[in-house]
Design a protein around this ligand. Structure first.
Ligand code: TXA
Ligand code: MG
Length: 346
């Protein structure tokens, strides 16, 4: 009972059909430039409850509200100067801004918080869907909670068939990692989740930007991420994943020794390599996530590669680490979460 339409932004009739589902309280999976989203009317409590049920998402994990118009006065009580500058610089695009909410936005949408996360996507299907439905659309990533976020329509079909009213799209997501989430309510802008808009890009617009210290390490008492979603295990493939960081020659040597040892016991080892290194691993199952020099490509491929390892059914996965500069911060944030913060320095 889930309708699936492979469409592009010119299929206005299909997008209107999807918009009617949203307007009448249903759920639609749709593409954005970051990852696919599982959308419902953000102002309709019952509709948003369907999102949590379909994903198996904890109730205290707030949703991002997607808009197509810069006028947010109906939804928020205040827009800080920093927020205004960031909206102007990066919207439409992969930046989500936390603002104090008005009562019209239900607590179901914000996971009980008095703030709301808002983003204007640049993807044309997403923009038309929001415009045609006439309401803001709450949309978390369109995966079952805990699995890697979906960057292709096939990922969404695998996870959510039978659980949502409609799935539309077809294109692979450009960015491939979820949006950067920032808190602009204090004097200094704080990154709560790194993403396609990097710290360096934000700093060009608003000066010094800090990073929530909890996001690159395992959550613990006293180190609790400000963005509720960041505390959950996420992006995880079924097999245990270990990141090996260090000089690449050492990484290759370490992984090859481990592969030999584990193979002797009959285990299947998978390696997440890069174009530069893939030939040097002796594991049977190895997938390149892209060219090390092209962090945009690595970001766009990461979740798909993690899902590939599940299809092949490996027992252990080793992944090369990356620098945490620029987009690398978001890449390593997702990879570390996928690995349960299991990182070995060699
Ligand atoms: O790129 C994206 O942002 C995608 C596409 C579909 O737009 N959406 C997405 O949503 O990644 P989701 O639900 O998977 O992640 C939302 C993140 C979570 O980490 C959540 O905790 C945080 O945003 N968040 C939402 N509202 C918040 C709030 N009021 N305060 C702090 N963090 C918030
Ligand atoms: Mg998500």
């Amino acid at each position: 009972n889930t309708k699936v339409y492979y469409i592009d932004e010119h299929d206005t009739d299909k997008i209107k059909e999807a918009a009617e589902i949203i307007a009448s309280g249903g759920t639609v999976v749709f593409p954005t430039e970051t990852v696919y989203g599982l959308g419902a009317n953000a102002l309709d409590e019952k509709a948003c409850e369907k999102i949590f049920t379909a994903k198996g998402r904890p109730q205290d994990n707030p949703l991002i509200v997607h808009v197509a118009d810069f006028d947010l006065s109906k939804y928020v009580t205040d827009i800080s100067e920093n927020a205004k500058k960031l909206m102007e610089a990066f919207w439409p695009g992969p930046l989500t801004i936390i603002m104090p909410k008005k009562d019209i936005v239900p607590l179901t949408t914000t996971g009980g918080l008095d703030s709301v996360a808002i983003r204007m996507p640049s993807n044309k299907i997403a923009r038309k869907l929001i415009e045609f439905s006439g309401v803001p659309i709450a949309a978390p990533s369109a995966n079952i909670s805990g699995r890697p976020s979906p960057t292709t329509i096939e990922h969404c079909i695998n996870d959510l068939t039978g659980k949502v009213d409609m799935i539309i799209g077809g294109e692979k997501c450009d960015v491939g990692l979820e949006s950067t989430v920032v808190d602009t309510t204090g004097d200094e802008v704080v990154i709560l989740r790194p993403g396609g808009i990097t710290k360096e890009m934000l700093e060009e617009v608003v000066g010094n930007v800090s990073i929530d210290p909890a996001i690159m390490e395992k959550a613990s008492e006293g180190l609790r991420p400000k963005s509720p979603g960041m505390k959950y295990r996420h992006y995880a493939p079924k097999a245990p994943l270990t990141i090996i960081k260090g000089d690449l020659n050492n990484v290759i040597k370490y992984v090859n020794e481990k592969t030999d040892e584990l193979s002797n016991y009959g285990y299947k080892v998978g390696v997440m390599a890069t174009d530069e290194t893939i030939k040097k691993y002796n594991a049977n199952i190895k997938i390149s996530v892209g060219d090390r020099k092209e962090s945009g490509i690595i970001a766009a491929n990461l979740f798909d590669v993690l899902r590939e390892f599940d299809k092949i059914d490996v027992d252990y996965i080793y992944a090369e680490g990356f620098s945490e500069e620029g987009l690398g911060l978001a890449i390593m944030n997702r990879l570390k979460k996928a690995a349960g913060y299991n990182v070995i320095e060699v």
